[in-house]
Write a protein that binds this ligand. Structure first.
Ligand code: SAH
Length: 200
């Protein structure tokens, strides 16, 4: 998988090393373990998916370019795959998920991996995580119709937010905060499950 990520253009060695550390087959349902290292999203139940390895690597690489991730918020932890990858590149990871049984699975997966710097919360990520803000990095794993204001507000000065935006057509949007100024860039086309509201 790592060689394929290189071929696909991932250059950040720290990201590649983190991807190497996380056994993706442990995060997918047993019957799908044989496809765990394919470059596709796979079902994790509750109509949700584990993200595609290339997209995970790409988002983290862009967020890292020229700096460290620092305190990081992940919205949409799912089964915890990306949180596990982030735990190898970020100082601290706060991961929120709105579906309780998925959150429980993410916690269990990370406990098995003994990652000490990841904390999970059952919450609606549209609201961010005010009690742990501000964040140097926010990464959203579900597609929003627009960038939630709370997430921008919870960015530290110099912080970066990456979020897929759109419905049938989605694009990654990078928001960089410089003081009171938010600079937005639209990046590549992607395909994510929708960012929903509330918890269940
Ligand atoms: N990061 C996961 C991807 C999971 S798919 C991985 O590494 O594989 C996206 C997840 O976002 C789903 O589990 C979905 O339940 C969750 N989600 C959607 N809207 C949300 C919201 N408002 N708050 C928190 N989680 C949300």
């Amino acid at each position: 998988m790592i060689e394929r990520l290189r071929t696909q253009g991932i250059r950040d060695e720290k990201v590649l090393a983190a991807m190497q550390q996380v056994p993706r087959h442990q995060f997918v349902q047993e019957g799908l373990a044989y496809s765990a290292y394919d470059d596709t999203a796979l079902p994790i139940g509750f109509q949700q998916t584990i993200s595609q390895p290339f997209v995970v690597a790409r988002m983290i690489e862009i967020l890292r370019s020229g700096r460290e991730l620092g305190r990081t918020l992940e919205v949409g932890a799912g089964c915890g795959y990306q949180a596990a990858v982030l735990s190898f590149v970020a100082q601290e990871v706060y991961a929120v998920e709105r579906i309780r049984p998925l959150l429980d699975r993410a916690r269990e997966n990370l406990r098995t991996m003994r990652r000490p710097n990841v904390r999970f919360k059952h919450a609606d990520g549209n609201l961010g995580l005010p009690e742990a803000a501000p964040f140097d990095t926010i990464i959203v794993a579900a597609a929003a119709t627009s960038v939630p204001a709370a997430l921008k507000e919870q960015l530290a000065p110099g912080g970066r937010l990456m979020i897929p935006v759109g419905t049938s057509e989605q694009r990654l949007v990078l928001v960089e905060r410089q003081g009171a100024i938010f600079r937005e860039s639209r990046l590549e086309a992607v395909r994510f499950v929708p960012l929903l509201t509330g918890t269940e």
